[in-house]
Design a protein around this ligand. Structure first.
Ligand code: ATP
Ligand code: MG
Length: 160
């Protein structure tokens, strides 16, 4: 049966915000056009902090606000465009199309907070990052997705 056996799961403990920033750099180094990264977890779990770290590692120097009210923020580097979504306030899955998720993925990558709000409109090959509390300054991060994402993120690190 196809399914989870072809995917990867990795749980990390992020001891402090610097560890979250380091994870962001790791994701940024692997990010390619067409990639969707789902950032899940409760209010204040660190989704925007991780998205900001990814964007900073890609070379974005401008302010990276939470897209709480704009719902999507667009960024461009010489190599990659990245759209940062926050779907907390959408009321229907169809709004995801109006916000331009498909267009974003046709041209570049997408970072998506509150991805569960997108339902089936979320690409099935996305990298899923679930953040949760593990102490005042610590978070756990459960990463999962297609095996290819696991290789891109962890293959080299597994050999050191
Ligand atoms: N290890 C850590 N990783 C990420 N954030 C941390 C960590 N430790 C403390 N924090 C703090 O937790 C808060 C996370 O806020 P952030 O806006 O990133 O959460 P969020 O998941 O995007 O919330 P929302 O659902 O409201 O969008 C920040 O104030 C950040 O400084
Ligand atoms: Mg946020």
């Amino acid at each position: 049966m196809k399914g989870k056996s072809e995917g990867f799961v990795r749980e990390l403990r992020l001891a402090d915000e610097a560890a979250t920033v380091a994870l962001g750099a790791r994701i940024a180094a692997a990010l390619r056009p067409g990639d969707a990264v789902a950032l899940a977890g409760d209010l204040g779990s660190g989704k925007t902090t991780l998205a900001r770290a990814i964007l900073r590692a890609l070379g974005i120097k401008e302010d990276v606000p939470s897209p709480t009210f704009t719902l999507v923020q667009h960024y461009a580097t010489p190599d990659l465009t990245v759209d940062h979504f926050d779907l907390y306030r959408i009321e229907a899955e169809s709004e995801v199309e109006q916000l331009g998720l498909d267009d974003a993925l046709a041209h570049g990558a997408a970072l998506i907070e509150w991805p569960e709000r997108a339902g089936s409109r979320l690409p099935c090959d996305h990298l899923h990052v679930e953040l949760g509390p593990a102490g005042p300054h610590a978070r756990f991060a459960a990463l999962s997705g297609p095996a290819d994402w696991g290789l891109r993120l962890f293959e080299s690190a597994d050999h050191v």
